[in-house]
Design a protein around this ligand. Structure first.
Ligand SMILES: [Zn+2]
Length: 429
């Protein structure tokens, strides 16, 4: 394993410890607005996110970085050493087939990993080109630095930036459309900040030995990030105006889940095995009913579904007969279900409904099952089944489309108080 990354990881550990101290300090605020900010985006603790991972079969893809103006390339060794400092209008770095090319010329340096940063503009662009692809693939832009690692048959790119910058990217991916009012974006920023910090604390022990592999996947489970490409001015304003603000329950951070559209009521946190604390008990939501994806139906051939289920069961060492019936069971008051009962000619079994949704999504792509809030009926042709449902996403926590409608006339604080009842707010930094 790479010795040098510990330097960067340790700085992350110290910052996390600092955040913990700030949490202990419990500076409570009541509003939904931060102190006035003068900087472009305020600083938060650093966070590391894996933004690309190429496995063996994709290693002959070219990973291309582009930096405008001054670029510095460091080795990520015990003491980071500057390998190259270039000042050209545009610097192109390519990694392909284990070779590094700088402005189309092969470079002798083989430091692994290496870090790319721009000293002029705080961003680096990256794109991944399949071997036969022309130049049409767009670049994504990242704030902070990009670290490139080779691990035998794997290439990883990790983006290190501060939490507030990261949140702007998350909001861009999660609510980047034009239709979201500022107050809804602020509510989303606070929920995403809380969610990130809660999961950082849970997953990384700031007092223990931190693994050099320390980095989240680009879509930390349930939260997507694609660099700064989809940011807009309102998103930056929402992050700036809520800087450092988090939600708490009983003095602590909690899993502030969020989703696209609840379908009329949000699901209980029990769905994810969470304790049913007041903020995650589920609430009614009248605000998302005009949003895209509020109601849906999907029809599948029984034979196709049977094929998918037989293959899945086979991989678990189970043998199943012909598909007879699918029935969602274990409904929450919101009508989201926890399990799907699968009745076949040899018996029956139940599987978690989110697992079933993932399985269907993998096989049928866009013809997926958008939420766990549905019924299934057999059609008269005897060959097809139709799923009829409401909502988009897991349904727990903040309903983004509901918040968007609610946010036209309500403040960020009111939105959060509705979707996370009895939660408090604190300003951590
Ligand atoms: Zn809703």
């Amino acid at each position: 394993m790479v010795q040098g990354e510990r330097i960067f990881s340790n700085s992350l550990a110290s910052s996390l410890a600092l955040v913990l101290l700030m949490i202990i300090a419990q500076l409570t605020v009541t509003g939904c607005s931060s102190e006035s900010e003068t900087s472009y985006l305020p600083k938060g603790p650093p966070i590391r996110i894996e933004v690309e991972s190429l496995q063996e079969e994709r290693l002959n893809y070219a990973v291309e970085f582009e930096v405008q103006g001054a670029v510095q390339i460091y080795s990520v060794s015990e003491k980071p050493i500057l390998i190259r400092a270039l000042e050209e209008p545009k610097v192109k770095i390519q990694v392909v087939g284990g070779k590094i090319l700088l402005n189309d010329k092969e470079e002798p340096f083989t430091e692994n990993p290496f870090r790319i940063l721009s000293t002029e503009q705080p961003l680096v662009k990256m794109r991944v080109l399949p071997p036969s692809e022309d130049d049409s693939v767009n670049f994504k832009e990242y704030r902070g630095t990009l670290d490139v690692f080779f691990y035998g048959s794997q290439l990883r790119v990790i983006n290190e930036l501060n939490l507030e910058e990261y949140l702007a990217g998350v909001l861009g991916n999660e609510m980047g459309g034009d239709g979201f009012p500022l107050e809804a974006l602020k509510a989303q920023a606070i929920a995403a900040r809380t969610f990130t910090l809660y999961n950082m604390r849970r997953d990384f022990d700031p007092n223990g030995e931190i693994s050099p592999d320390l980095a989240y996947k680009s879509s930390m489970e349930f939260q997507s990030y694609g660099g700064m490409t989809k940011e807009n001015d309102r998103i930056l304003q929402a992050v700036r105006e809520t800087s450092g603000l988090v939600l708490t329950y009983d003095g602590s951070l909690f899993q502030t889940y969020y989703h696209s559209n609840c379908g009329g009521a949000t699901a209980s946190g029990h769905f994810f095995g969470e304790q049913e604390i007041a903020p995650l008990k589920g609430v009614t939501c009248d605000y998302c009913k005009d949003s895209p994806g509020y109601s849906w139906d999907r029809t599948f051939s029984k034979q196709d579904l049977e094929g998918v289920l037989v293959a899945w069961a086979g991989a678990q060492g189970l043998k199943i007969g012909k598909l007879v019936l699918l029935k969602p069971v274990d409904a929450y008051p919101s009508q989201h279900h926890a399990y799907l009962r699968i009745v076949h000619t040899e018996g029956a079994f139940e599987m978690r409904i989110d697992r079933f949704r993932k399985l269907i999504g993998r096989h049928f792509g866009a013809n997926n099952i958008p939420s766990g809030r549905f019924d299934v009926k057999k059609n008269e042709d005897g060959k097809t089944l139709t799923f009829t449902g409401k909502g988009y996403g897991h349904g727990v926590g903040l309903c983004q489309y509901g918040a968007a409608k609610f946010g036209e006339s309500a403040t960020c604080g009111k939105i959060l108080a509705h979707y996370f009842p009895e939660a408090g707010q604190k300003k951590l930094y």
